[in-house]
Design a protein. Sequence first.
Lengths: 287, 297, 367
Amino acid sequence: MERLRRNPQLQAWLILAIPVAFILIFFMAPLLIVFIYSFLERGKYGGVEWAFTLENIRRVFDPLYFKTFLRSAYIAIVTTLITLALGYPLAYFIAKSPPKRRGMLMFALMIPFWTNFLIRTYAWVMLLRTHTGLINVTLTNWGVIDKPLPLYGNDFAIILGLVYGWLPVMVLPIYAALERLDESLLEAARDLYASSSKAFWRVTWPLSLPGVAAGAMLVFIPSLGAFVTPAILGGGKSLMIGNIISNQFLGAHDWPFGSALSMVMMVAMLVATLFYFKWTKKTEATT
Amino acid sequence: MSRKTTPTASSDTWERIKAQFGNWSLTTYGILGFAFLYVPIVILVIFSFNDARSISKWAGFTTEWYGKMFRDGQIMLSIWNSLFLAIVSTIIATILGTLVALGLERYNFKGKTAVDSMFYLPVIIPDIAMAIMLLLFFNMSGIGFTPWKVTFFGTKLAVPYSVIIGHVAFNTSFVAIVVRARLTQMDRTLEEAANDLYANAWQTFRRITLPMLMPGIIGGALLAFTLSLDDFVITFFTSGAGFNTLPVRVFGMIKKGVTPKINAVSTLMLAVSLTLVVISILLSKRSDDGGSVKMGF
Amino acid sequence: MTETNAVEIQEVVKQFGNVVAVNHVSLQIRDGEFFSLLGPSGCGKTTTLRMIAGFEMPTSGAIYIYGERQGYRPASKRPVNTVFQNYALFPHMTVAENIAFGMEMQKVDKNEIQRRVAEALEMVQLGQMANRKPKQLSGGQQQRIALARALVNRPKVLLLDEPLGALDLKLRKAMQIELKTLQEEVGITFIYVTHDQEEALTMSDRIAVMNNGVVHQVGDPESIYEHPADQFVADFIGETNFIPVTVVSVGPEKVVELGTGEKVTVGWIEEGVKMGDKAVLSIRPEKMDLLEPHQVPRTPASGVAYVKSKVRHLVYVGTDTRHTVILGDGSEVVVRLQNIYIGDEPWEIGEEAILTWNAAHARVLKE
């Protein structure tokens, strides 16, 4: 007992022993398995053959599948940009509100985010479906359109669903950055003859960029790996990487290939994250 | 040097009009923004009371769908499953997460950065990736999807250990983050005072640290509970065959077709989420010394 | 007016909700002068400055800059520039970009911008800092850059909001001299806000002393110091003694009676104080002397007061010694005697002393 008290390192390991064991067995090991499986051959009756191959990795970059990667990236990027365009003014609105109201507004913003993602996406299924969706039915009844609008089962629906789901997450860091902004900097800009718009683009915007970057990462990564949204808004077609990976495990039983796809996806995300960290380090040093 | 002109009465007014217009359009945008976030949810709730099979035309008010929902054996089973899973995984994750927070916040040791980063991984990894890697692991390791057969509030459940483990895996990290935030805010001098008053390490922990940490631990537990109830992707892939939580059930229903019954189930889930949020706010208000990690994402 | 005032403030009121921050203030600030707004925190001096700058609009009243009524003109359209209390240097721009900013906004030609930025940096002796970021500069350097950034735009009036507050004492004193010299060289009107009365006295051509949104007195440093108009100004500027008295006569001879019954003549009585009123006699510690009882001349000079007192307390402060004496009625008076007399015996606690002063230095103010 005495040796325990004298040795903080021992204490630390004792406290962390069980959780670390847990995460090693049930997280790190599975991660390792996925990594290894990417290089194995597919077994004849499902499962795997223990033979090393690069075939899976190669197939990932096969135009057929790589196209989906590119499409997922495209959807993720568009989602991020739209969320930014919609979210920045919203963050600005909240930041410019009287201090007492800000907390309330942020709370109101986050409530939807704390409810189930599946439910929130389903709400759009309800609205966007081609023949039975609320929007199309209402517009047809009002005589505004003859044919239903193609709002469902396409990229539009997926992007809309993702934007809707991740908007609060984009607003949060931007709001934090804007709130921290020193009011006297804007006054100084105005004192130096800048118009409102010049003051915004030359002072407010650059200083809010760290918040923008954080928000963009928080939206881009989950959007790239989206599964639920394309599954129920994409109209049953495998449109994004998440769905293709899912198919390899639930349908085609090609585990090595599914693993390889997963690995490539995770590497892509890691690279994006590293760029983000490097970028923040650089701007932090000079701001 | 300056290009200023003498202001006239009308240019005065023009300046004020411009300023007012700017404010007005920002407020309008704010309202529209919040409307965008809330309207779909509100419509969803409204149509759960629709007296018709379709959800595109309002045909009158009824609570029939809620009745249908509660009489649906499969749905009720999935509700019990969700609850049991959430409770069990929360308890385990809270204990583990608190240990992690204490270990990482209070000690420095070789390899700390590695351990620290390791516990962040479940938070940043996309859920589909985590889901399939757990799927592979359980398949390969022979653990399979053996269920824990238990009777919970009179209902016989068969909850696969794999799902429980999966939930604990991601919840632990979230609990750790919340508790750790609370730890950093804690006043260390209180513990020093306890030591000064002859308390040993264990007594200090039990009588001072733990009680002061409790709001954070409860906050973390609430977060874990919510995440567990809401989880779809990881549950979907780690449950093997036939195990449904409510979100998994809903997903199946959506694939089959859109009916107000789904709206009713959704509204129920929304109500539960909201209640949990309100509870966590009330709890954090009561612990006045800055336990505001509800925004802790 | 024969020549246009740089800034004219007419009956300006500024109200925030129920709080009246500036209460019917009128000022005429002359072309080329170094004018200070002096007062304690919350007196309205900064609000007044911000109204001149255009960051706040008056609730009522008018502001003119070189004869032009400003109305609701926003700050970005006024021919004045501001040096902020926290400098407000743009952290994401270099020093040179900061200085260039105002000219860029006015679409000045690029070459001229370059030239004038270099000039401005030379003027504050920070030429080699052009490409650094503000974060890399010391407090004093940042202050000079803030100054350069404002002056490079050649404003008609420069507004300074407690610019030296964040600097340590020695640096502050050096900057005070620098600013004053700069202002004389450049010739622009400076309007300077401060709560430090020594600073205001050192640098200003004229001072407006403010409290609770109201201007108590406007004048050059000597007038403010030697002839304070009321109790607030007498108390706020420098150190002063307030001795309770009753007014015996207000003219042609101005006489008051101390609590001890002794009568003394005074040099000035505030308007509105009548015979028989209770008032305070205000006299500065350095204007008095202590005599040994036998040193009082047999025929006391007219206009000089001799009052009995007892030495209570001595504090040595280097250049002089503060002697606290008690009068017959218990009133405390502080006398500052310079430590230059060699050979004299110092005053001792408990000694009887005759407090003496010239009536010209004694002002009677409303209670």
